[in-house]
Design a protein around this ligand. Structure first.
Ligand SMILES: [Zn+2]
Length: 233
């Protein structure tokens, strides 16, 4: 099976940008016992999402390849440079995070997945909707944190990466780094695959909804040895 033969050519022109949240020098942003670091986990997920989207034939890249923290204004300007070059409708950005109920001082019991967009109805809400639908499929039994007060599921926030970028932009909070139950899932192989799968399929539902394949097909072909294992960049 060759995914490239199936790809819809308009989707090929889209630039998928993935932001992996914080850096190795960001204070906090870890589990109370220090074993889990948000910057490291989100880099693992972001690298996998980019590699998998590329294996499926799409144009994806991380906007922060650095390990250290890159300022929000620099991240926005990297996104907006692509918007200026390709047109804002041909670019999207998803910023991947792990939530926290406290400040890393102790364990909490908060669990669940959610996505944020900027205020108002924009193309970002459509992208968030696609990600929520895939989260429901990839995270059965998990809580999806939703806010329907404005008519859609996503929560709204003035996060800089959402308000100062010109293209569709969504920030995902994938479980909680200060909840042991949440970490058991996030750190497991099936948990990582679910987080990767919901991002890959959610993004593709937005840019290429009629494609006849999804992340599970990529997993199956890899398991059968028909395509090479993931090559992260
Ligand atoms: Zn974060």
């Amino acid at each position: 099976m060759n995914f490239n033969n199936l790809i819809h050519h308009n989707a090929l022109k889209k630039k998928i940008l993935i932001d992996n949240g914080h850096g190795c020098n960001t204070p906090g942003k870890r589990s109370p016992d220090g074993r889990f670091r948000e910057y490291a986990y989100t880099r693992y997920i972001a690298k996998a999402v980019v590699a998998d989207l590329r294996d499926l034939g799409y144009d994806a890249e991380r906007i922060v390849p650095e390990e250290y923290d890159v300022s929000l204004s620099a991240r926005c300007s990297r996104v907006n440079t692509w918007c200026a070059e390709l047109g804002r409708r041909n670019v999207l950005v998803v910023s991947i995070h792990v939530n926290a109920a406290g400040k890393g001082d102790r364990w909490y019991n908060a669990t669940g997945w959610c996505a944020y967009t900027c205020k108002g109805q924009t193309r970002s809400d459509k992208l968030a909707d696609c990600l929520y639908k895939q989260a429901a499929l990839w995270l059965p039994g998990h809580r999806l944190r939703m806010d329907y007060s404005d008519g859609d599921a996503d929560q709204e926030s003035n996060f800089t990466i959402l308000t100062n970028t010109y293209c569709a932009a969504v920030l995902t909070e994938n479980g909680f780094q200060d909840c042991e139950e949440s970490l058991r899932f996030l750190e497991s192989d099936y948990g990582k695959e679910a987080i990767i799968g919901l991002h890959v399929d959610g993004i593709l539902d937005f840019i290429d909804p009629d494609r006849p394949y999804g992340y599970k097909d990529l997993q199956r072909l890899r398991n059968e040895g028909l395509i090479p294992a993931r090559r992260t960049v």
